[in-house]
Write a protein that binds this ligand. Sequence first.
Ligand code: F6R
Length: 384
Amino acid sequence: MIIGITDGVTYVASDVPAILKYTKNVYYIGNHEMAKLVPGEATFYNLDGDVIQKDITEITFSAEAAEKGGYEHFMMKEILEQPDVVKATMNSVIKDDKIDLSSVGLSDEEIKNISNITIVACGSAWHVGMAAKYVFEDLAKIPVRVELGSEFRYRKPLLDKNGLVVVISQSGETADSLAALREAKDRGVKTLAIVNVVGSSIAREADSVFYTLAGPEIAVATTKAYSCQLVSTYLLALQFGLIRGEIEEVEYKNYIKELQTIPDKIQRIIDDKERIQWVASKFANVKDVFFVGRGIDYAIGLEGSLKMKEISYVHSEAYAAGELKHGTISLIEDGTLVIGILSQDDLYEKTVSNMVECKARGAYLMGLTTFGHYAIEDTADFIT
Ligand code: F6R
């Protein structure tokens, strides 16, 4: 719940966009807190009736950012916003071609002393964690465990006092992720939140916060916040790698340059949307879709598959490509759509060979790869 204040008027709403037209000054009310509202003023109390002081938060995004702006639906608007918001998120920490985590509140000393990372999140944010595991282990050589919030909170996970618990959440209010954060804090483990909503519970309670600058995400299914979360974990992993002496300065600079090309690359994909819409219409009636990939491509497939289910109501699974043959391949039949994700050169041939196994069972193959990998045309029926 939030409480908005302006001259002579007080608003109560469940989220910021509802009252943005009227005020940008809001209070976040927490659990076990009460508020007495009079026009233009709010006073806060704990359950004992003692007054508690709260800071007002000024919302930085505009009312227009929370409106459809001529698009048919919010999700399309938010997909198209990705280049801008990913750029804004990167620019919030990249200063003079270096990553500066001072706004996050993580010192070099703390980064050096982290023994391991536990990422906790739900849904798409958990998929970001799955991708982040590969990146952190690769660049910073820190062991990473990825946990579902709904599982973490109901067991007794082993946590090391020198570990770091990273909670990823767009809303900052997902109950299971919040409970996991509290569990970690209760056990004296340092917490870092990657959050989109300023002033949300997770943002307020975490020891350090990396804000994604996706702006308001109104569509229920996440798109732009997911992309911003992904890029945030890359930035963190890169900085951890440098500070812990796992990557050289030159390599670090090259990675930053590469990262800075991402917004334009996303734009290039968006510019191809007519072609993507064409293939989507061709497969709109498909019964099953399988996403296959290895390593980070598997993690990306998990998110693709969730979107397929959630938005298209089409049954879908994501598989680590090498795992398909251990049983699930029996579900691949004539016309099943298999989407192979092929973004890594070293794993390319391996995944292609798993796609070929599916084709032998009648699957229609789509290859999702980086520009220039034209050889995939020999195997896949459609390339994007
Ligand atoms: C799927 C989706 C959800 C959220 C999940 C976590 O499209 O949006 O799976 O990712 O509910 O939400 P947050 O990130 O707000 O904690």
